[in-house]
Design a protein around this ligand. Structure first.
Ligand code: AMP
Ligand code: MN
Ligand code: MN
Ligand code: MN
Length: 285
């Protein structure tokens, strides 16, 4: 039986482990197929591929693109993308620049609240020349004693109505799907339950997503309860979308699920990997 995990993060975005350490961890847990899906970044994929080859793991080149859709932030996964596709690289570079500006705005907001030097603090956690995001601010705030862990930070800071929040305009849904598709990848809606869309809005999102060429939905996710897994499995079937599964692993102590430790995709769904050339004949459905 193959262990397949199609959503996780490395130090190329806001994961704790380097790509090499991540692949070693995946191997220790018996993962056979792993997609590295860093936020708005492909910088970890080269190192991940080398490590995956050494560990005998099939690496899927992935990404998780931040999108603004109707004033909300959504995450769109790209699986089997080409990380060397120039329009994608140009787009991501632009997003990185905008992320730096946003980080400076976040620091200015935190300063109003009496927390100094958070930009430098977040940069320390992000690492040199790496993408910067709210998780890096969260780690800084934990280190400074403002919260006991990263999860708690997101209850007290960095979200709407709390210190350190700034609005931000991400890529459009059509742009993100176009980058993914034109670089040869498959677009998958990440952790759909997280957006708390009502039935109508969710319906509209899925129809628009499909019309733009999106093909999959993350049915199994650490963000989903067992009930939500069933609910989104049915929706994937109804909307004729492939089902994906991912731990959204960010590192030890920062994740609900370990790499590859996922419940099965419910029967009746077509897994996103149904036509991939997987490393073994016995496929984990
Ligand atoms: P950004 O893309 O910079 O806005 O950061 C988004 C990231 O923050 C997510 O991918 C998570 O890693 C983290 N995050 C957001 N909300 C939470 C939460 N409630 N608990 C833990 N981490 C969170
Ligand atoms: Mn993250
Ligand atoms: Mn996400
Ligand atoms: Mn993620």
């Amino acid at each position: 039986m193959l262990r397949i995990d199609l959503h996780c993060h490395s130090t190329a975005s806001d994961g704790v482990l380097s790509p090499t350490a991540l692949l070693a961890h995946a191997a220790s847990l018996g993962v056979n197929v792993l997609a590295l899906t860093d936020h708005d970044a492909v910088g970890g994929l080269d190192e991940a591929k080398k490590a995956a080859d050494q560990q005998g793991i099939m690496l899927i080149n992935g990404i998780e693109i931040s999108v603004t859709w109707r004033n909300r932030t959504l995450h769109i996964l790209g699986l089997n993308i080409n990380p060397d596709y120039q329009p994608l690289i140009d787009g991501l570079n632009n997003i990185h620049q905008l992320r730096i500006k946003r980080a400076q705005n976040i620091a200015a907001e935190l300063k109003k609240y009496g927390i100094a030097d958070s930009y430098e603090g977040a940069c320390f956690y992000a690492g040199k020349d790496k993408l910067i995001g709210r998780t890096h601010f969260a780690r800084f705030l934990v280190a400074r004693g403002y919260a006991k862990d990263v999860r708690t930070v997101f209850k007290k800071f960095l979200v709407k109505g709390k210190p350190g929040y700034t609005p931000h305009e991400w890529a459009s849904l059509s742009q993100a799907i176009a980058w993914i598709r034109s670089s040869g990848g498959q677009a998958v809606i990440a952790h759909p339950a997280r957006y708390q869309l009502g039935k109508n809005l969710l319906d509209q999102l899925l129809d628009e997503f499909k019309a733009l060429g999106g093909v999959g939905m993350e049915v199994v996710s650490s963000s989903h309860t067992p009930e939500q897994v069933k609910q989104f499995a049915q929706l994937a079937i109804d909307k004729d979308l492939f089902a994906s599964c991912g731990s959204d692993y960010h590192g030890p102590n920062e994740s609900y699920l370990n790499l590859g430790r996922l419940p099965k995709i419910p029967a009746g769904c077509t897994p996103i990997w149904h036509d991939w050339a997987l490393p073994a004949s016995q496929i984990h459905l």
